[in-house]
Design a protein around this ligand. Structure first.
Ligand SMILES: Cc1ncc(COP(=O)(O)O)c(C=O)c1O
Length: 481
């Protein structure tokens, strides 16, 4: 008897025991029967090789036209679920058993206060201004903007970026040398792959540096070697001994030490690149955020033929946008274009058009001025709290960006002990050793103990409570004499 109720099972008597749930809600019987058979196979009630009733018998049992069942069987056979064999009737096809679903890894509860670096204040996003720009883009963009975009990025955005980067960061770029990508990490990954395609094997990275960038480089097939940093930045003189084909640096604000690379080190890096044919990748991940002194211009301007420049909106606007850019030297233009062609992914063209307008209208500059004020205040609160609660700790790297290096004095708790105790107090902190390329803990190989405190998050007003909790925690860890 056909089931006309929602989700009832029909027990057919077509010579074979055949239990299927036919849910007739909102569709025809054929579609419902198809879905029921698929579901029965998927959940294992019908297994590979199981016979199905003849179309005549099943049609009779369900009280439907035989043609309906024949069509269902044919459709499911075409999709590969069933096998119709002449003289042997219809059976469930030989389907591979699906692998057991992977258990979701347990998600640890979020810390009460997260002061790890690498994040911006998500509550500072200019929602209204962005919404207005998006509305205009949707109203005014030509139809072609809704098709497949130019893999290099929208021309409007590349034009706007060339002007902005020249004006704000001293970068020498044209629309033609710009490649839009989904953040600096994506951009660096493209550049790493392009370099590997050209024969590069060894990539030097700053020690310490972002583990994520190192993973991206290793994923591109490069051998990653550490280049030690001191108070002037990366020690360029060590590059020849490392046998590096390319080096990735953060000259404006070393990640995570917060140093600005000295003019001498810049010159040494460029001399190495010119002398060996090496390529420098400049990761300008937070170049817009500078507080106490004039911005330091991009290294790229000193030799655009040898430096790949990478930038992002992740710190200045929102990491959620996934919009970044590369300025590519002519010698890498072709491999970069080929790589982006293979990767075949870039940010939404509509978001690109919105950013182009945001920059051209002056809204981006206004927004940057506003968030500089927000981050400066956050930084000042952190520095004042540490001075009041833990005067034994030394803060460094605070002229720019969204994180500070807090050096730990000898004789106190070690980095890991401190981070573990902080976790028990509901505070997530990061130890400097987590950024070391050799993985050696503080105290070994001349590594100093320090925390890297991010002051971009927590969002909005919860930041004040987080810094107060940090102050209390550090006062208890380093009690005043
Ligand atoms: C040093 C450094 N480089 C690159 C990135 C990647 O930024 P994006 O979000 O643009 O991929 C980050 C992100 O935190 C970073 O800290």
């Amino acid at each position: 008897v056909p089931s006309t109720g929602a989700g009832e099972d029909s027990w057919t008597s077509s010579g074979l025991d055949f239990l299927i749930g036919v849910d007739l809600r909102g569709r025809g019987l054929g579609a419902a029967l198809q879905q029921a058979v698929r579901e029965a196979i998927r959940c294992g009630r019908l297994r590979s090789g199981d016979p199905l009733p003849s179309s005549r018998a099943l049609a009779g049992d369900l009280g439907v036209a035989r043609g309906t069942v024949v069509e269902v069987y044919e459709q499911l056979a075409a999709e590969g679920w069933l096998l119709a064999q002449h003289g042997r009737g219809t059976r469930v096809a030989d389907l591979p058993t699906p692998p057991p679903a992977r258990a979701e890894p347990p998600v640890p509860p979020p810390p009460r206060h997260d002061l790890r670096p690498g994040h911006h204040d998500p509550s500072s996003f200019p929602r209204q201004a962005w919404a207005a720009v998006i509305r205009r883009v949707l109203a005014e963009a030509p139809d072609e903007a809704f098709g497949y975009p130019d893999p290099r990025g929208r021309a409007e955005l590349r034009e706007a970026l060339a002007g902005y980067l020249g004006r704000a960061r001293g970068v020498r770029a044209t629309a033609a040398s710009l490649q839009v990508c989904s953040g600096a990490g994506h951009g660096l990954g493209i550049a790493f792959r392009a370099l590997a395609a050209r024969g590069a094997r060894v990539l030097a990275v700053e020690d310490p540096s972002s583990p994520r960038v190192r993973e991206i480089a290793a994923g591109a097939g490069l051998q990653v070697v550490g280049l030690r940093c001191d108070d002037s930045g990366a020690r360029a003189a060590a590059l020849p001994a490392l046998g590096a084909d390319a080096v990735v640096v953060t000259p404006a604000h070393q990640y995570p030490l917060g140093i600005t690379m000295s003019a001498r080190r810049r010159a040494e890096l460029l001399a190495w690149a010119r002398g060996t044919g090496g390529i420098i990748l400049e990761d300008d991940y937070d170049g817009e955020l500078r507080y106490d002194r004039k911005p330091v211009g991009a290294l790229q301007a000193l030799d655009p033929g040898r430096v790949v420049y990478a930038g992002t909106t992740s710190k200045s606007l929102a990491a959620a946008l996934r919009v970044g850019w590369l300025v590519v030297p002519p010698q890498l233009a072709e491999p970069v274009a080929e790589t982006i062609g293979i990767i075949n992914a870039w940010p939404s063209a509509l978001e690109q058009l919105a950013l182009a307008r945001f920059i051209e209208s002056g809204l981006f500059d206004r927004h940057i001025r506003r968030i500089r004020g927000i981050y400066r205040k956050r930084r000042d609160l952190l520095v004042a709290t540490l001075a009041a609660h833990a005067p034994a700790l030394r803060v460094a790297g605070i002229a720019a960006g969204g994180h500070a290096l807090v050096r730990l004095p000898p004789g106190g708790p070690g980095e890991h002990e401190l981070v573990a105790k902080a976790a028990l107090a509901g505070l997530a902190l990061a130890a400097l050793s987590g950024y070391r390329t050799d993985g050696a803990p503080a105290g070994q190989r001349g590594h100093q103990a320090a925390l890297v405190i991010g002051y971009g998050t927590p969002a909005g007003r919860s930041y004040r409570a987080a810094v107060a909790a940090l102050g209390d925690f550090l006062r208890s860890a380093y009690p005043p004499p």
